[in-house]
Every structure is written in C-alpha cells, then in structure tokens.
Design a protein around this ligand. Structure first.
Ligand code: NAP
Length: 279
C-alpha cells in the first residue's frame, strides 16, 4: 500500500515571518508521517476560492488560515464547527464526508495553554481582555464556555459593541483608560493582551497604560509570542505577578489542527523545544 503523503499549508497575507511551517514540519517528523507544510500567500481574497478547491478535490489535506482571511472564509465553507461559529472566524480547514469544514483551534488552544501555564489556579474567574479583534473573540469564546466572566477594553467602541452583540450581551465592556482598568484588575484573576502591542519589531509597545500597578494576584496571558518575553511580561514579573507570552497557545492551536488533519496526537513539549531554538 502506498504511504500517505500529507499536503498541508497556511494562507493569509503577508506570511513572511510565520512560525507555522516550522511547527508542522516538527509535528510531521514527530508523528513519523511523510508530508509538507507550504505557505500560500494570497494578496487578494478573490484568489481564495481556487485555493479552497484544492482541499475539495484532495490536492491539499489541510489548511490553516490567518490574517486577513479568518473571517473571509466563513462564507466559503460548507459547515462550521461550534468553536468557529462562536467566534465568527476560521483558522483551520479540512474535508469531512465531502464537506469543507471551517474550524477554529485558537479557542481550545488558548484554554489548554492557559490552564497548563497557571495550573488552572486563579484568584477570580474574571478576565479582562485588552483588544477586541479576532484573537479577542477566540479568547472570549473560550473563557465564556469555561465559566469565566469576561470584560473587554478596547479603543474603538464600535468594535467592542460588535463583540457584545456576537456574544449576546454576555460580556461587559470598559473604556480603555487607566482608572477603569486599574479598578477592574483588583477583582480580576486574569489579564489577556489581545492587541499586537509589544510584538516584534516594535518590542517597546505595551498595552497597559504606564501608570497601572499590576496586583500580585493577577495572571497575565500575552497573546504576543515574538519576542519570547514581551515588555508586558517583564513588567508583570517586576510587579510580583505571573505572566506568559503566547507561544504555548501557538503550539497548542497548531497541534490541534494537526490532529484534525492526520488523526495523530503530537507531543507538545517536543514542538515547543523545536520552536524555541528558532526564536
Ligand atoms: P486584530 O484582529 O487586528 O485585533 C487587534 C486588536 O488590538 C484590535 O482591537 C485593535 O484595535 C487593537 N489594537 C491595535 N493597536 C492598538 C493600540 N495601539 N492601542 C489599543 N488597541 C490596539 O489582531 P488579532 O488577530 O486579534 O491578533 C492580536 C494579537 O494576538 C497579535 O499580536 C497576534 O499575533 C496575536 N495572536 C496570537 C495567537 C497565539 O497563538 N499566541 C493567536 C492569535 C493572535 P483597532 O482595530 O482599533 O486597531
């Protein structure tokens, strides 16, 4: 019998600095599978249907989707998983029973890594999320499903209101201002940075206003994963609280997608170690 060769990949634009090929090549090797993970940068969304056809006709076995197409592909799939529906965005595509499925592994990827990093221990099951874009949606969906209360602070009120509507009014909103954030932190167990502030190359960026004091009880999850330690996380440590960057979530969401495509579970620690050598 011929050995299966897995054709996997990532679409979005631009894709220059993506770590996904590295993670999935490690996963293929760890799983003992033959295959490849290619980048499919598409400058225009009008090119997406032709690429999705390669999944439908079996030329590709699995595809990740990233900025700016996570929402665009929603209308191009046959079925959405519950997680994808909850956050209105797709990051993983595959075929099941002749239908193109849009999934979102950021949701479970975030939750798995959050609990792993902090041993599931939080002073309060109340989270403050900074930012209201695609990643904030996945984080909100994950936290709500797991019994957390969620408050979102973002600079554009119309964007936050969209989030409130999508989650049927189940989240609270806060102005992105020092006084409000400081007050909210005193009874929050978790702060999530879902803005790109602090991301390479602008590593001096910090999503928290300078005069905020982080209480020691807070756990900080910075979705930014490059650099490996962001300014926000350095500041967290200096204030005696605990925090992590988003590399663990990146690995988890990739491993979950890989499992959907191949049916093989991979060792996260191995993927993580391989990736750390890269950064
Ligand atoms: P996005 O859809 O563009 O949303 C970004 C959010 O941050 C928006 O609400 C945006 O508001 C806000 N923002 C941007 N600049 C800001 C500023 N200077 N001050 C205040 N708010 C600002 O991006 P995303 O997909 O959600 O990604 C956000 C970050 O998460 C990125 O760094 C991404 O790499 C990271 N991420 C990590 C993982 C992981 O696996 N670790 C997964 C997904 C995303 P405006 O719309 O007003 O600009």
């Amino acid at each position: 019998m011929a050995v299966k060769y897995y054709r996997l990949g990532l679409t979005g634009y631009p894709l220059g600095h993506s770590l996904s090929p590295r993670i999935h090549q490690s996963a293929l090797k760890a799983a003992g599978l033959d295959g490849e993970y290619q980048l499919y940068p598409l400058a225009h969304s009008s090119e997406l249907p032709a690429l999705l056809d390669t999944l439908r006709n079996g030329e590709l076995d699995g595809l990740n989707v990233t900025i700016p197409y996570k929402e665009t592909v929603v209308s191009m799939v046959d079925q959405m998983t519950t997680n994808a529906r909850l956050c209105g965005a797709v990051n993983t595509l595959y075929m099941r029973d002749n239908e193109l499925i849009g999934d979102n592994t950021d949701v479970d990827g975030f939750m798995a890594d959050l609990n792993k990093q902090f041993d599931g221990q939080f002073a309060f099951l109340k989270a403050l999320i900074l930012g209201a874009g695609g990643a904030a949606r996945a984080v909100t969906a994950a936290l709500l499903m797991n019994g957390w209360q969620v408050t979102v602070a973002a600079r554009r009120q119309e964007q936050v209101q969209e989030l409130v509507q999508e989650f049927s009014g189940k989240i609270a909103v806060l102005p992105y201002a020092t006084k409000n954030i400081q007050q909210q932190l005193s009874f929050s167990g978790l702060l999530v940075n879902a803005t790109p502030l602090g991301m390479f190359p602008k590593i001096e960026g910090d999503p928290l206003p300078a005069d905020i004091n982080l209480p020691e009880h807070i756990r900080v999850y910075d979705l930014v994963y490059n650099p490996i330690e962001t300014r926000l996380i350095i500041r967290t440590r200096q204030s005696g609280a605990r925090g992590v960057t988003g590399l663990g979530m990146l690995v988890e969401q990739a491993a979950l997608a890989f499992e959907k495509w191949t049916g093989v579970a991979v060792n996260r620690t191995l993927l993580w170690k391989d990736l750390q050598n890269e950064l």
